[in-house]
Design a protein around this ligand. Structure first.
Ligand SMILES: Cc1ncc(COP(=O)(O)O)c(C=O)c1O
Length: 384
């Protein structure tokens, strides 16, 4: 009996494809967004301690209270608003789960949801599975800032939600306070919810501050703010994230979460609760990555690629359209096979595969690996 797919257009993600290609061709993998180094040994030791001490059974559905409490205090410290740990914070299995549960809680069949493209690939399938209609709005050419006029003109009486992402993957764009005010104006007097993907909240550069929607009085009333400890502490494989939302939204969010995963890995939640008590553990992350961004961008200058240094995230985009007409997919493939450096073709972040001749590198790697990759990228002149 044939199974009619609910997601007929979804295949293997580009991240899996490129990582596999990197492996097959023994290339340096600057494609997928995961760090090439380990976390702080203190955090690893805390996980070992809590597993040894017997914290190995189901955690409470909404999270380990100690972690909810410390996340509330951290939110107050960073964004001047202290969410109620019991009713406004849930710990979940990665930001991917947070985004999925938030979209599922809000979207009903026929609802339109605005997505700003290029966009992370998990938003659209979640919308489709709820019977929603994704409405794609391109970010501005050049700096990938928000084209607010286009956003406003895309709103209809069917618009139910907007998904936003700051700092942005893949462009690194960081929202300004004027972006937040535009969004507040957009949803004012309308029944539009916001799903805010803030997984790179602790990776911003050049003194830029991450402005969470939690810190905006009007926006937080209608927003699900989604975050990821995996991104902040170099432990993407742990898949531990969170969602912060007002009680009435969180109540619906939890109805979904309890039947998706029910609860999230217990000893790691206890370890994070202890580790987050020391603010320097998360406040030092931007400085750590800024050194890597600067190092990588310095080297990129000699490759012939054009780029503006990322404002945030651990990705650097670069364009090559002034050098060649080949597609970004072909370039990514040739770079992997011939130069032994894997990257992501940015067309993969567009629903219709639009090719603006951009590639994305992940610079969350050891400096020696970045140095080696930059040396190999000198060969770009040969293949372009
Ligand atoms: C923009 C963005 N959102 C969400 C995620 C997923 O986060 P997590 O691993 O916590 O599910 C990623 C991971 O690459 C991402 O880049």
């Amino acid at each position: 009996m044939p199974l009619r797919s609910k997601l007929p257009h979804v295949g293997t993600t580009i991240f899996t494809v490129m990582s596999q290609m990197a492996k097959d061709h023994n290339a340096i993998n600057l494609s997928q967004g995961f760090p090439g180094f380990d976390s702080d040994p203190k955090l690893l030791e805390l996980v070992a301690k809590y597993t040894r001490e017997g914290f190995n059974q189901y955690a409470p559905m909404s999270g380990v209270p100690a972690l909810q409490d410390v996340l509330s205090a951290k939110t107050a410290r960073c964004h001047d608003y202290e969410p109620d740990p019991e009713t406004e914070i849930s710990i979940v299995s990665g930001a991917t789960e947070a985004i999925f549960c938030a979209i599922t809680a809000v979207v009903k069949p026929g609802d339109e949801v605005l997505i700003l493209e290029p966009a992370y690939d998990s938003y659209e399938p979640a919308i489709l599975l709820s019977g929603g209609i994704p409405i794609h709005i391109p970010l501005k050419k050049g700096d990938f800032s928000i084209d607010w006029e286009r956003v406003i003109s895309s709103v209809t009486f069917k618009t139910k939600a907007i998904v936003i992402n700051t700092p942005h993957n893949p462009s690194g764009y960081v929202w300004s306070s004027s972006d937040l005010d535009h969004l507040a104006q957009l949803i004012r007097d309308r029944n539009i919810f916001v799903i805010s993907d803030e997984v790179y909240e602790h990776i911003t550069f050049d003194e830029r501050k991450h402005l969470s929607l939690i810190g905006h009085e009007e926006l937080r009333e209608k927003s699900f703010v989604c975050g990821s400890f995996g991104k902040t502490f170099h432990v993407t494989g742990w898949k531990v994230g969170f969602c912060i939302a007002p009680p009435e939204l969180m109540e619906e969010f939890r109805k979904i979460h309890q039947f998706v995963t029910f609860s999230t890995v217990t000893p790691i939640q206890h370890a994070l609760a202890e580790y987050l008590k020391t603010p320097s553990n998360y406040e030092s992350v931007s400085e750590f990555y800024q050194k890597k961004r600067d190092f990588f961008c310095q080297g990129l200058k000699t490759t012939g690629l054009e780029f503006s240094p990322a404002q945030g995230s651990f990705f650097q985009m670069a364009s090559y359209g002034h050098l060649s007409d080949i597609s970004d997919k072909e370039l990514a493939e040739r770079m992997t096979k011939e130069l032994k450096v894997a990257c992501i073709p940015v067309s993969a972040f567009y629903h219709n595969g639009q090719d603006h001749k951009f590639i994305r590198f992940c610079f969350a790697k050891e400096d020696s690996e970045l140095q080696e990759a930059l040396g190999r990228l000198e060969g770009l002149k040969r293949i372009l």
